[in-house]
Write a protein of this length. Structure first.
Length: 206
C-alpha cells in the first residue's frame, strides 16, 4: 500500500509502467509537482493529469487534457468538460492503470479526437483570417492589424490631406466558407468603396 502522504513520483512511474503493458502503447511520465501533480503523455496526443486530491490525499484524480484553439478557444461543445475519474491509491499502480484503460481512456480518446478535429478547423480559419487581412494590406486598404486574430482590428490614417485626416477603426472576419463580415467606424465613403472593391476581388480570386 502506498504512503498517501509521500511524493507521487515513484507511484506514478509504476502506473506508467503498467499502463505501457496493458495498453500496448508507450507512455512517458512528466513530473510537474512531485508531491501533488504528474502528467502522462501517450500516443496520438493523449495527455493525462494525475492529481493527488488535496482534501482526500488517499485518492488520485485522473483527468484528460484536451487541446485548445489558436486563441485558446475550447475545442468541445459548450458544457462538455475534460473527462475525469478518481481512484483509490491503496489499490496499487496495476489496478489504477487497469481503471485508466477500462474506465477512462475510451471516453477520453473519443473526446480527444473531436477536439483535435475542431482545433484543426480553428487553425485553418485562423490562417485564412491572417491571409485575408494580409491581402487587404497588399491592396493598400488598411494598415497593420492589432489585437487577436479572430477579430482583427484594422486602422487607416489619411496623411495626404491633413485638413481631412481621419482615423478609421474596423474589423474583418471570415464567418463562413465563402462569407466575410466587415465592420467599419468613421469611414469616409471613398475608403468604404475601396475596401469593398478589394474584398470583391479577393473573393473572386480566392
Amino acid at each position: 500500500m502506498p504512503d498517501t502522504h509521500s511524493p507521487l513520483t515513484q507511484e506514478c512511474v509504476a502506473i506508467a509502467t503498467h499502463l505501457n503493458a496493458q495498453s500496448e502503447y508507450t507512455w512517458t511520465l512528466e513530473v510537474k509537482d512531485p508531491a501533488h501533480w504528474h502528467r502522462l503523455h501517450g500516443p496520438q496526443g493523449t495527455c493525462i493529469n494525475l492529481h493527488r486530491l488535496g482534501n482526500c490525499p488517499e485518492r488520485l484524480r485522473i483527468r484528460g487534457v484536451l487541446p485548445r484553439g489558436p486563441n485558446q478557444e475550447y475545442c468541445l461543445p459548450y458544457a462538455v468538460k475534460e473527462p475525469e475519474i478518481t481512484v483509490a491509491r491503496a489499490r496499487g499502480a496495476k489496478a489504477i492503470s487497469r481503471d485508466i484503460v477500462r474506465r477512462f481512456l475510451p471516453k477520453y480518446t473519443q473526446l480527444l479526437q473531436q477536439a483535435q478535429e475542431k482545433k484543426a478547423q480553428l487553425h485553418a480559419r485562423d490562417e485564412a483570417q491572417h491571409a485575408l487581412v494580409g491581402r487587404l494590406l497588399a491592396h493598400g486598404c488598411v494598415e497593420a492589424p492589432t489585437g487577436g486574430s479572430e477579430w482583427l482590428r484594422v486602422k487607416r490614417t489619411s496623411t495626404a490631406s491633413p485638413e481631412v485626416a481621419f482615423d478609421v477603426w474596423g474589423r474583418v472576419q471570415i464567418t463562413g466558407p465563402q462569407t466575410v463580415t466587415l465592420e467599419l467606424r468613421q469611414a469616409p465613403e471613398p475608403l468604404v468603396h475601396q475596401i469593398l472593391a478589394a474584398l470583391d476581388q479577393l473573393t473572386l480570386s480566392g
